[in-house]
Design a binder for this molecule. Sequence first.
Ligand code: SF4
Length: 694
Amino acid sequence: VIEIGQPEHSAVTTCAYCGVGCTFKAEMRGEEVVRMMPYKDGKANRGHSCVKGRFAWGYATHKERILKPMIRETIDQPWREVSYDEAFTFAAQKMRGIQAKYGRDSIGGITSSRCTNEETYLVQKLIRAGFGNNNVDTCARVCHSPTGYGLATTFGTSAGTQDFDSVEDSDVIMVIGANPTDAHPVFGSRMKKRLREGARLIVVDPRKIDLVKSAHVAADYHLPLLPGTNVAILTAMAHVIVTEGLVDETFVRERCDWSEFQDWAEFVSLEKNSPEAIAKISGVDAEAIRGAARLYATGGNGAIYYGLGVTEHSQGSTTVIAIANLAMATGNIGRRGVGVNPLRGQNNVQGSCDMGSFPHELPGYRHISGDAVRDQFEAMWNVKLNPEPGLRIPNMFDSAIEGTFMGLYVQGEDILQSDPNTTHVVQALSSMECVIVQDLFLNETANYAHVFLPGSTFLEKDGTFTNAERRIQRVRKVMTPRNGLADWEVTIGLAKAMGFEMKYSHPSEIMDEIAALTPTFTGVSYQKLDEMGSVQWPCNEKYPEGSPIMHVDGFVRGKGKFVVTEYVATDERTGPRFPLLLTTGRILSQYNVGAQTRRTDNVVWHGEDVLEIHPHDAEQRGIRDGDWVRLTSRAGETTLHALISERVAPGVVYTTFHHPLTQANVITTDYSDWATNCPEYKVTAVQVSQSNGP
Ligand code: SF4
C-alpha cells in the first residue's frame, strides 16, 4: 500500500497517449500526482479510461529525465550541461553556419504528434519564417500521411468524418487494419458495447485480433488477408456491390461526380476484380468476401474504422481511397452511424497535421504555393515566405547522405527508433553537422545529436490536443516544468537566437493567431474551450458549435470523387530465403517505442516484444513456445522470443515494436507509399530460425 495523501489541487486535462483523447482530472498534492481520475464530462471518454492514461504518468518524474540543456561539438564528445541561453546561442550559430555554407535549404525540422497544437504551430512557423524554407515534416509521415492524401482527394478534407458517439447508431461496423481494443481501448469498448447491442461486425486483418472472437463479441466475417493485399480485397468488395446492384445510386448521383463513378464502376466490375480472382491473391475465401460486401452494403448504417494496417503500405493512400469509394458507393457518409474513420495512434497526430507540419501545406491544409494564402501568413508573421514545398523526412535523410541537408531540429520524436531502415537513418544523422533533439529523455536519436533541449510533459504545460474525431481539447498545467521551460517556450528561445522573434505570453495567444489564420479554426479560443469543454473542427462562423459529423450536406471538395484503385503487389516478395510475411502492431499496456510506458513504475508492464508464429510454421523449424528465435529479412536481423499462436495464419508472423532492443525497424524495408512516402512497415518478407539468444 502506498501512502499518497489527499489531493490539494486539480485540473482537467487530456491524456497524452492515444488519439482517443480521454479527459482526466489530474489530482495533485503539491507537485506530485496523487491520481488521474477519468472525467465523466469528457466527451471522448465519458468517465472511462485505459491503463495507460490512468496509471502511466510516472515518466514525468522519472530519474532518467534530462532537465538541463546540453551541448557538444561532436557526437563522440561527452555532453556538457549549459544554460538555455548558451544552448540556444550554440544551436543558432551552428544552424546559421550551415546555411551560410550549404544554402538556405540545408536545414529543417520535424514536429511532434505528442506536443500541443500550439507547440507544433510554433515549430513550423520557426522553420518557414526563421529558417526561410519549408523543410518541415511530422511523425505523421510514418503513420497517417496516406489518410491525409486519400481523404483529401476523395472527400476534400484530411480527417475522419464522424464523432465517436456516432458508433451508437451503426448497424454494421467494419474494422480494417486496426486493433481498437489494444490500441484505442476506450473507443474499442464503446464499439464492443454497440456490437453487444446487435451491430454486425466485419474484421479485415491478417491476424485474429480480439474483436474477431472475445466474450460476447464475434465477427460475422473475418477476412484474414495476406499482408499487402488490402486494395485487392476492397476492390473485390466493390465488385460485389456494383455487379449485384447494391450501389446507393440516389446518393451517388446527388453527391458524387457521376462520370467518375461510372469509370470506377466499370473498373471494379472487371473479372480480375471478382472475389474468385482476388481470393487467389489475398488468400481470403471468395464467399467470405461476397458475404462481407453484401453485409456492408445492405446491413443499414455502415461505419468503417481503420488504422495503420491500412496506411503503412506501399499502397497506403490507394487503400484509403478504396475505403472512401466503398463508403460513397453505398451512401454511408454524412449522417450518424456511418462514415470513414481513421483511428489515430498518437494523442495529437490529427493536430500536428492540422497545424501545417507538412512541407507543402500551411496550417489548415492550404498549399504553400497559393499566393493569397501566403500573403495572409506573410502579413501576420511579417516575413516573406518561400513558395516552394520543402523536404519530407525521407528526402531529408537522403539529402543528408548526399551532403546537402546538414542541420535538423527534432521536437519530441525518436526518429532513430520510429523511422524505417535504421542503418540508413544512422548514416543520415551521422552526416549532419547539427542535430538538435528536444525530448524528455536521452533517446536513441540523441546519440547523434549536438544539442539536447529538455522537453516538458503534458502535466507541465498549457495547450490543446486534437483527437481522432477532430475534437480540440485543453491540456492544463498542473506541475511547474521540471526542466524550467515548456516546449513552446523552448522553441521561442531557439527562434530568438536565430534572429526571428516570436512574442507570446501564454499559449492562448498562439491559439488566437492560429484561429485568425485558419478558416476551420476561426471560432476556436481558450474561452470557448473552457465554456464548451471541447469543440470539433470545423468551428467557424458557419459552425460556431463545431462539427461532430462532416460532409452532411455536401462534400468539402464539392462532389465526392471516385478514383480507380488498381491493386499493385508490393515489391517486397517472399521467396525461398524469406518465405514468411512479418506484420506488426501494438499491445494495450505499451505505447509506441515505449519511451514513456517503459519509464513508468506504478504498474507492471509487458517486458519484451515477442514473435507470434503459427504452430505449423514453428514445427517446421523445430521452434517451441518461448524459444529464442532469429528473425531475418533482406534488411537485417534481430532476436526475440517465440510465442506459438493460431492468431496468425500459416505463412504470417507478427510482433510489436515497443522495445528498443527488439529493433523491429532494423528488419523493415525501404518501400513506402507511392503518394506520401509513408513506410511500408506492415509487410516484410522474413525467415525465422532457432537461436541461442541475442
Ligand atoms: Fe489515453 Fe487512449 Fe487510454 Fe484514453 S484510450 S486513456 S486516450 S491511452
